[in-house]
Write a protein that binds this ligand. Structure first.
Ligand code: ADP
Length: 451
């Protein structure tokens, strides 16, 4: 087991990892920018190192400084959290060269899944269902037209290096295709320095369903069920739940088994999420994230398995603590991502939190790095906390969520709490009846109510 882990992240996820390390009796090192000197992860860690000025590229993305912090403190492993360096294959390689363990998959697997065309090809080879579309990159308009005609319009043009929904364009008919291709190529080139694009069938009303997996790196893997993350705004997840209200036990086992077998075949190590769109009873692979996800707590709630403990165990060579047969699902869990943003315009609202009170009681978990008097710096993402609620079934979970939201107080800044208070009372949400466009449509329809 490791003696000391450096956490190359900030905010709630840095605290999340720190807690898991403490439980395992491992020393922790926090790193922070000058803007985060007062942050909770810095206060709670055994040691901390300032790694640079506020801008992420100079601090949380500064590989040189992070490796130096490891060497100064004698940390033998790094947990990257999510975002920042968590899916940076080069970072994993540099750590290996310095004899520091990267708590995550191999650089090779990060690279493979980071290239969407390669990831899709690999998924298909491993027996995972994919969205119908081009085999690889599409370079010429003529070839694009042929493929689009075969799969049928509308089609979606996606960037191979894509992320965050950038470089994606829908073409509704052949007349739109050339323009959509050239816009997607130039957006992708500008954003990622790689203008390779590919074509997929555009699904009209899918749900976003993702499967959580853990591999031991030696050919064994388990799945921990799925999460439904269909409630999104601009491709950003807002509300996540486990299980999906749309799946039955047979579908869950079927897709879970396909994915865990594929991950085992790959020799994958650590936590991963295989993301699908789900429509009319069919799953379509869209991408794999080779890291811990923001929404991992809903899976922890329904399985009782601490995913960060598992990541640390696997990275230290201790294998997985559970077999597939040990994984049991219990009840229902929902997570709300509470952001420091205006609940209607979503404009960030940094500043000082004058009062912060979190709900408690049975089945309520809050993962947050903020506190009363904390000043939210304007440099990073606007997530201030995640409220995760668990109940014996979805109805109980929703009742508890409504109560927990009522108790939650965030004063001094704007937050998205009021949006969740609305959603928890909505009939479609109560019925679990939504697709990936539902929230955008809801916000557009209700924009006038809040003028
Ligand atoms: P990124 O890595 O840029 O986030 P993804 O491939 O994960 O890209 O897709 C992001 C979102 O775009 C999905 O959650 C979904 O809302 C939408 N999307 C992706 N592929 C399709 C598709 N073939 N049809 C319809 N919507 C899609």
């Amino acid at each position: 087991m490791f003696q000391k882990i450096l956490i190359a992240n900030r905010g709630e996820i840095a605290l999340r990892v720190l807690r898991a390390a403490k439980e395992l009796g491992i020393q922790t090192v926090a790193v922070h920018s000058t803007a985060d000197a007062e942050a909770m992860h810095v206060r709670l860690a055994d040691e901390s190192v300032c790694i640079g000025p506020p801008a992420s590229r100079d601090s949380y993305l500064n590989i040189h400084q992070i490796v130096a912090a490891c060497e100064v403190t004698g940390a033998d492993a790094i947990h990257p959290g999510y975002g920042f360096l968590s899916e940076n294959a080069k970072f994993a390689e540099i750590l290996a060269a310095h004899n520091i363990t990267f708590i995550g998959p191999s650089a090779e697997h990060i690279r493979l899944m980071g290239d969407k065309i390669e990831a899709k090809r690999t998924a298909k080879r491993l027996g995972i269902p994919v969205v119908p579309g081009s085999e690889g990159a599409v370079r010429e308009d003529r070839a694009a037209k042929k493929i689009a005609a075969e799969i049928g319009y509308p089609v979606l043009i996606k960037a191979s290096a894509g992320g965050g929904g950038r470089g994606m364009k829908v073409a509704r008919s052949e007349a739109d295709l050339s323009e959509a291709l050239s816009t997607a190529r130039s957006e992708a080139g500008a954003a990622f320095g790689d203008d390779a694009v590919y074509i997929e069938k555009y699904l009209q009303k899918p749900r976003h369903i993702e499967v959580q997996v853990m591999g031991d790196g030696a050919g064994k893997a388990i799945h921990l069920g799925e999460r439904d993350c269909s409630l999104q705004r601009r491709h950003q997840k807002v509300w996540e739940e486990a299980h999906s209200p749309a799946l039955n036990a047979e579908e869950r086992t079927r897709i879970g088994t396909i994915v865990s077998n594929a991950i085992a075949d790959l020799g994958y190590s650590g936590a991963g999420t295989v993301e699908f769109l789900y429509e009319n009873g069919e799953f379509y692979f869209i991408e794999m994230n080779t890291r811990l996800q923001v929404e991992h707590p809903v899976t922890e709630a329904i399985t009782g398995i601490d995913l960060v403990h598992e990541q640390i165990r696997v990275a230290s060579g201790g294998g997985l603590s559970a077999t597939q047969d040990d994984v049991r699902f219990f009840g229902h869990a929902i997570e709300c991502r509470i952001n420091a943003e205006d609940p209607r315009t979503f404009v960030p609202s940094p500043g000082t939190i004058t009062h912060f009170h979190t709900p408690g009681g049975l089945g309520v978990r809050v993962d947050s790095g903020v506190y009363t008097g904390y000043r939210i710096p304007p440099y990073y993402d606007s997530l201030i906390g995640k409220l995760i609620v668990h109940g014996r079934n979805r109805v109980e979970c929703m009742m508890r969520l409504r109560r927990a939201l009522d108790e939650f107080v965030v004063d001094g800044i704007k937050s998205t709490l009021p949006l969740f208070q609305e959603l928890v009372g909505n009939v479609d949400v109560a019925n679990g009846d939504y697709d990936i466009h539902w929230l955008e449509n809801y916000l557009a329809d209700h924009a006038a109510d809040h003028k």
